[in-house]
Design a protein around this ligand. Sequence first.
Ligand SMILES: Cc1ncc(COP(=O)(O)O)c(C=O)c1O
Length: 385
Amino acid sequence: MEEKPVDKELILKELANFQSQDCKYSEGRILGSMCTEAHPFAKEVFCKFLDSNLGDPGLFKGTKSIEDKVINSIGKMFSLDNAYGNIVTGGTEANIMAIRAARNHAKKYKNISNGEIILPRSAHFSFKKAADMLNLKIVEANLDDNFKIDVNSVEEKISDKTVAIVGIAGTTELGLIDPIDKLSDIALENNIYLHVDAAFGGFSIPFLKRLGYKFPDFDFSLPGVCSMTVDPHKMGLAPIPAGGIIFRKEEYLDVMAINSPYLTVKKQSTIVGTRLGASTAATYAIMKYFGKEGYTKIARNLMDNTIFFKEELKKLGYKLIVEPELNLVSFNHPDMDTKQLANELESRNWRVSTSSCPVAIRVVLMNHIKKEHLKELLKDLKEIY
Ligand SMILES: Cc1ncc(COP(=O)(O)O)c(C=O)c1O
């Protein structure tokens, strides 16, 4: 830190210089991010709540009421009338909370220690962090030929140490939805906690269903589902950081509660202590602003772009890894190594992401990727071919 105060203008100039080195969503060149530019209205609301601390909700009763309302509203999106949970920093924190709830619940009611969690190989790496922090062993379930969790493999891997099964509604690498209905049956039969990670798919699947897309049930309408992750900062267009964790029952929050003696509320279940009210207010505002109708339009537009892109890729001769279920297209050149293809695209100034299982180029058709950007990308892909 400098000894003497620095002039505001100088600080802003320096910061602008740093910021100019960042990629900009609006250029449409970021192909692999699951985040995007937040809606201006959500940003405006975010700035109004920068001082609200939901870690001490007795002091910020209004903002806490907003959180209760927004959790309720997200719960209803997922067929749950009385939802419990929090707006947190993102899918990672939401998944860690879910696994912590499952672990503590199994410890309390089944006396399981040194527990295990069953995950598909396609699960996001946040579960590795959760397992590491919570001292749990990961047991990986196989994927079937369509890269979805193999439910037989899940059944085989259940043991008397299993504290949770995880299914994904919108996988990070391929955007696929696991057969959550079957996982729900297995979880109920074996009395095991089931968590659904809909960090990516949560703000599109319910709206695509309204458009007639046929997806099997994936939410709290299935009695085995205990919790769900959903990220407003992905297709919800809320500013980062905004993740959501929704629990079916309050007891899942209770088993995580830690005494917080000096605060206005005597127990805290979240991982984070001091936490942003701004994310909650912005999420609430943007959900009201769009409503189901607005999000349905966004979901339709993203899928239109997805379908356009994957069809054009096929015409060029590129090979899709799977037919997309959500707004994510994964593909390879029939002969060229994925790394080489990624390098070719990077050299043409695209910000490329590759998946690991299987190795492929992965394009997430977020709001910032418009038709004109896709046309430019296809032009480059044609040249590279
Ligand atoms: C399915 C899934 N879960 C969890 C996460 C982690 O979310 P975040 O990066 O917001 O912590 C992601 C991120 O892309 C994801 O795709």
